[in-house]
Design a protein around this ligand. Structure first.
Ligand code: AHG
Ligand code: MN
Ligand code: MN
Ligand code: MN
Length: 335
């Protein structure tokens, strides 16, 4: 007898928190849930079927697209079109935002921004990858096409955000602004079941996560903070432990559960940082703040930044509040 609460049941129960949503947001999250099950199924078979490797095309940011990047993009896009609660999307794998110009969708109230497959470089080697999504109410009149302004809203305006981690188990973690809740996929019944209600990050931790291969070009504040992480000090439990997977979703998820700090600063190859504000940093920042963590560009909260471009990049710092405060002190001191 199953006693766990499913994601579907949980969303219906919480619908009362959104008196104006009229079930639209529930249906939208339902589409994301369905798409993530399909992507999960394909990822589980990667290696057996011809879905690993590159498709020979670069995306607008000059990254080699992997077959699974495109596959996941199509699955999420089609699931959102089918539900009709979304009037358009923006995606890492689409050059421009896409207007869903069909009868069901064109007047809908929401837009979705997504990183359909996060951690592309880990697909072929059986390491955790993810999907990240961010949901806003449209701001353009709903009797015309969607506009850029619908997508470049400040992160604080998000109505929901979350990620799916395709890991040793698959989980969907999301927030609608009332805490962060995690659901683990049970493949035997094909359902996401509530496993982590009201997630809170530990106030401090022992883990720091950064691609140290880029060290030489890090800002001085980051270099000094890394030294601090590595020094011995009993009262603050240092040296910390270095853990870096190279999939933002997986690195963030681990630090959320265990306590830690994640940093992707400016580097030589990425002078504005590598991670994308709209569909990587904003949704993770919304989750972070809801879980008691901080998320900044080293100085300012990510959720307060005013975006100007769809694929804009930003330096990203997120993690346990006490660790973040120390990192900020180093950034200020060595500006
Ligand atoms: P994506 O696979 O969606 O393009 O994102 C890649 C990002 C993020 O997942 C990860 O944290 C980071 O790139 C890793 O970058 P490095 O390989 O430069 O460390
Ligand atoms: Mn990519
Ligand atoms: Mn990504
Ligand atoms: Mn991606």
């Amino acid at each position: 007898m199953r006693t766990q609460k499913s994601l579907g049941e949980f969303i219906i129960e919480k619908q009362a928190d959104f008196p104006h949503a009229k079930g639209e947001l529930s249906a939208l999250l339902g589409a994301i849930k369905l798409a993530s099950k399909i992507v999960n199924r394909e990822i589980n078979k990667a290696g057996l079927v011809d879905i690993t490797g590159s498709n020979g095309v670069k995306n607008i940011q000059g990254e080699q697209q992997q077959k699974l990047d495109i596959y996941a993009n199509d699955i999420f896009k089609n699931a959102l079109i089918a539900r009709g609660e979304v009037c358009g999307i923006a995606s890492e794998e689409e050059d421009n935002f896409v207007f869903f110009d069909n009868k069901n969708s064109r007047n809908a109230s929401y837009v979705v921004l997504m990183d359909p497959l996060d951690g592309s470089s880990n697909i072929d080697v059986n390491v955790s990858v993810g999907t990240i999504f961010s949901i806003y109410r449209r701001v353009s009149p709903n009797d015309g096409p969607v506009e850029l302004d619908d997508f470049i809203q400040v992160g604080r305006k998000q109505v929901a955000a979350g990620y799916v981690i395709y890991g040793s188990s698959t989980m969907l973690v999301f927030t609608t602004g009332n805490g962060v809740h995690g659901f683990t996929y049970d493949p035997s019944i094909g359902m996401f079941c509530l496993s982590h209600e009201s997630l809170k990050i530990p106030k401090t931790g022992k883990i720091y996560s950064i691609n140290e291969g880029n060290y030489i070009k890090f800002p001085l504040g980051v270099k000094k903070y890394l030294k601090y992480c590595q020094e011995e000090d009993k009262t603050t439990n240092r040296p910390y432990t270095s853990r870096y997977i190279g999939s933002l979703v997986a690195d963030f998820h681990r630090n959320l559960l265990k306590g830690g700090i994640y940093i992707y600063p400016q580097t030589a190859q990425a002078p504005s940082g590598k991670l994308r504000l709209l569909y990587e940093c904003n949704p993770i920042a919304f989750l972070a703040e809801q879980a008691g963590a901080l998320a900044t560009d080293g100085y300012n909260p990510i959720l307060d930044l005013k975006p100007t471009e769809l694929h804009q990049r930003v330096p990203f710092f997120t993690g346990s509040p006490e660790m973040m405060e120390t990192a900020h002190q180093f950034m200020e001191k060595y500006k």
